[in-house]
Design a protein around this ligand. Structure first.
Ligand code: PNS
Length: 162
């Protein structure tokens, strides 16, 4: 049974993330989506909210598990008994950071392999950061994120407006 770990901030999950999850689920027995409890990034959504949104959008996919992890990714790889890390590559611009991270993880643990997967080109310009920025300015992002996330973003941003 080969499980892989797809880690990320997922703040919030986008259709691009979902595309990578579905592609990985076709290749591996189990895909663990790991939500990073990342204090450095001050996410808009709490860990619980990010987990709930992922659980909701992945509810019809059989071999996916949604978990969170604290601290180093490579420790989560060991803890979850994952054979490899999955990361999405949208464009060449993602490559430098991803390459550095993959090699650093393998330097820290020689067994920590990273597999890159390309989402469908229609998601090549979708990012959680842009989704939040466009939503804050009142733009329509319903083509890029699942409906449950559109609603969650609206609620979150309305609450933040004084
Ligand atoms: O969705 P993101 O924000 O691009 O995901 C980045 C993430 C969470 C995968 C990365 O920041 C990470 O692995 N964080 C855990 C801490 C860690 O192991 N850092 C060293 C990476 S070499």
């Amino acid at each position: 049974m080969k499980a892989v770990l797809y880690p990320g901030s997922f703040d919030p999950v986008t259709n691009g993330h979902l595309d990578v999850i579905k592609r990985a689920c076709r290749l591996f027995d189990k895909v663990i989506v790991g939500v990073a409890v990342n204090a450095e990034k001050s996410p808009l959504f709490t860990t619980e909210e990010r987990l709930e949104m992922l659980k909701s959008v992945c509810r019809n996919i059989g071999n996916v598990e949604i978990l969170s992890f604290k601290g180093l990714l490579l420790n989560a790889v060991t803890e979850f008994n994952a054979a490899a890390v999955i990361r999405g590559l949208r464009a060449v611009s993602d490559f430098e950071y991803e390459f550095q991270m993959a090699l650093m993880n393998r330097e820290l643990n020689s067994e920590c392999e990273t597999i890159f997967m390309m989402p469908s080109p229609e998601y090549s310009f979708t990012s959680s950061r842009l989704m939040k920025e466009i939503a804050r300015c009142g733009g329509d992002i319903s083509a890029f994120i699942p409906p449950v996330v559109v609603e969650a973003l609206k609620r979150k941003l309305n609450r933040q407006t004084p």
